[in-house]
Design a protein around this ligand. Structure first.
Ligand SMILES: NC(=O)c1ccc[n+]([C@@H]2O[C@H](COP(=O)([O-])OP(=O)(O)OC[C@H]3O[C@@H](n4cnc5c(N)ncnc54)[C@H](O)[C@@H]3O)[C@@H](O)[C@H]2O)c1
Length: 251
């Protein structure tokens, strides 16, 4: 896959799958806007890319804040002239049984996972529609497709992203803007690896639920995201692709 000359914005790219995707796309010629709520993490990843001879800028943005997302897209356009690809990757959930949650707590998961994606799309779409070109990949979770106990608000937010993605995919298809979802099941990010280290039983117990009897690696997650942004995918929009070792199989 070749991303030479493509301007790519990734949210939550300071760690985990977002970081890995940024590094992989930059290695394939992409010009990266590495965005994160944590400026030092974004700068660190942008520095890794520049240090390896690639092109990248860091943009601090909290996906919950529309103004910050607009500024992030503006910074990418100012630096690289355009935005070809937006990957709405930032997302997180706090595990807790639903009946123990306070309604105020739902705002956290829904704010980041659903409104964050909507903010990103709203900020970039006028630019993509005007250019008559663009790709958006919204990062979801199998939790949004089949539900995950103790992650009810997160599951609701991710399911919302699926419906939202289909709606806007229909709105902008005639403008040659493709909008798709990539879902993950458990991926061995730095955070997951540290949880597995703290609790040795966690991973073996978890993999029993996976037909492939293992969880996913960051490279596999990044490869799936890149595929949906690549030259190989040109007639696919409003679709949901799970990178999940067979965890959820949804029609
Ligand atoms: N890792 C998994 O097992 C897994 C499984 C299913 C879905 N996902 C989804 O994949 C995506 C990436 O997850 P990950 O595990 O790589 O994440 P991660 O927790 O490893 O990293 C997330 C990054 O997002 C940043 N971030 C947090 N809140 C933010 C905000 N409000 N605005 C901007 N940036 C913010 C963090 O600083 C961090 O750098 C998320 O959407 C997540 O829901 C992950």
């Amino acid at each position: 896959m070749d991303f030479s000359g493509k301007s790519i914005v990734i949210t939550g790219a300071g760690a985990g799958v977002g970081r890995r995707t940024a590094l992989e796309m930059a290695a394939r010629g992409g010009m990266l806007t590495v965005s994160d709520i944590d400026a030092s993490k974004a700068e660190g990843v942008a520095g890794e890319i520049s240090g390896a001879g690639g092109r990248a800028i860091a943009a601090k943005a909290d996906v919950r804040e529309y103004g910050e997302m607009e500024a992030m897209i503006g910074a990418a356009i100012a630096e690289f002239g355009q935005v070809d690809v937006l990957i709405n990757n930032a997302g997180t959930g706090i595990p807790k049984p639903f009946i123990m949650t306070d309604p105020q707590e739902w705002n956290f998961d829904i704010g980041i996972c659903l409104f964050g994606v909507m903010n990103g799309c709203r900020a970039v779409l006028p630019h993509m529609v005007e250019r008559n070109a663009g790709r958006i990949v919204n990062i979801c979770s199998d939790a949004g497709r089949v539900g995950e106990p103790t992650l009810a608000a997160y599951s609701a937010a991710k399911a919302g992203v699926v419906g939202f993605t289909k709606a806007i995919a229909k709105e902008v298809a005639r403008n040659n803007v493709l909008v798709n979802c990539v879902c993950f099941s458990t991926i061995r990010t730095e955070l997951m690896a540290s949880l597995f280290q703290m609790n040795a039983e966690m991973e073996p117990k978890m993999v029993k639920r996976y037909p492939m009897r293992r969880i996913g690696e960051m490279e596999e997650a990044a490869n799936t995201v890149m595929l949906m942004c690549s030259e190989y995918v040109t007639f696919v929009t409003g679709q949901v692709l799970s990178c999940n070792g067979g965890y959820a199989m949804v029609d």
